[in-house]
Design a protein around this ligand. Structure first.
Ligand code: ATP
Length: 322
């Protein structure tokens, strides 16, 4: 019989669709195994300040399909200080919590590591819309975000076609072009600009002009926010080609909305596996999705390495947009 009897969980960093499904899975799987489960509100901020609520089957009813996180999330500067980290562990010890589950990104996992260093077992569930966590093929939220972007771009394409316009659509991704790349391929964008790759203006213009010569007068260019300013790029394209350009910044709609079926299933599996791993009295693990399997991996894989950019998909996107 496992010594783990009381666990706590929190969501941290940026919210991602599917976090609620992961919370529900942790709570129900925990209760199924006779464990008491406590939710901590507002991430590490709430942990340091003791914002715990006991979870039961009812507290997680009717949340599986909701975006955001019922536990709320926060970024906590205090958690980055030794004092904050000490207080966080003290709050858990005071309540006799045997282990902590963290649902968030690689920054949140770094915070988790400071708690495990004080003797409290931790397990991380990767949830971030950027899919930028090394060691896992997918993070919770990415699939939903791609679908949201594709839906928005298909609406934009209707107006682009009707008016013969070139649309630049800015998507999230300050340091990482995964959303731009995946959504760009999914909506057949003419060009995809990501922070990982140098921008080749001549090539963008060549593609626009080549399309124009064969009678195609509208185009979609997907720009990751970290690649360049969509406004400046639009202006430069207008000056150099004479084509009418428009800019749409998709912004926070990319985080919201009901999670896709894929994200709900992924979140449910990851939540369930996190509880199993803790029952086996393991610590410092991240629950990863690798080749369609849900497996535990050392937590440090998540922040030790950068996730490699998918060059093969990027090259294919360029080849398909000839
Ligand atoms: P997202 O990918 O959505 O931004 P994230 O988990 O990477 O998610 P961060 O803002 O990097 O988001 O981290 C979330 C929180 O984790 C921080 O506000 C902080 O409280 C904690 N954290 C981050 N890095 C550290 C660290 N080195 N030490 C302790 N705590 C940290």
């Amino acid at each position: 019989m496992s010594k783990v009897r009381r666990i706590a969980l929190l969501t941290s960093g940026g919210d991602a669709p599917g976090m609620n499904a992961a919370i529900r899975a942790v709570v129900r799987k925990g209760i199924y195994h006779g464990i008491q489960v406590f939710g901590i509100q507002k991430g590490y901020e709430g942990l340091i300040h003791g914002e715990f609520i006991e979870m039961n089957l009812g507290t997680v009813a009717d949340i599986i399909h909701r975006g955001g996180t019922m536990l709320m999330t926060a970024r906590s500067e205090e958690m980055k200080t030794p004092e904050g980290q000490k207080n966080a562990a003290a709050q858990l010890r005071y309540r006799n919590i045997d282990a902590l589950i963290i649902i968030g990104g690689d920054g949140s996992f770094r915070g988790a590591q400071t708690i495990s260093a004080q003797g409290i077992p931790v397990v991380g569930i990767p949830a971030t819309i950027d899919n930028d966590i090394a060691g896992t093929d997918m993070t919770i939220g990415f699939d939903t975000t791609i679908n949201t972007v594709v839906e928005a771009v298909s609406k934009i394409r209707d107006t682009a076609t009707s008016h013969d316009r070139t649309f630049l659509v800015e998507v999230m991704g300050r340091n990482c072009g995964n959303i731009a790349l995946q959504a760009g391929v999914a909506c057949g964008a003419e060009s995809i600009l990501v922070p990982e790759m140098k921008i080749d203006m001549d090539e963008i213009i060549m593609k626009l002009e080549r399309g124009n010569q064969r009678g195609k007068n509208h185009s979609i260019i997907i720009v990751a926010e970290g690649a360049t300013s969509a406004w400046e790029l639009g202006e430069e394209l207008r000056k150099r080609t004479g084509f009418e350009t428009r800019v749409t910044i998709l912004g926070h709609i990319q985080r919201g909305g009901s999670p896709s079926a894929f994200d709900v299933v992924l979140a449910s599996q990851m939540g369930g596996k996190a509880v199993e791993v803790l029952l086996e009295e393991k610590s410092d693990q991240m629950i990863a999705y690798v080749n369609q399997n849900i497996v535990p991996k050392p937590l440090e894989e998540a922040y030790g390495d950068l996730k490699p950019f998918n060059m093969e998909l990027y090259e294919l996107a360029n080849q398909l947009a000839i």
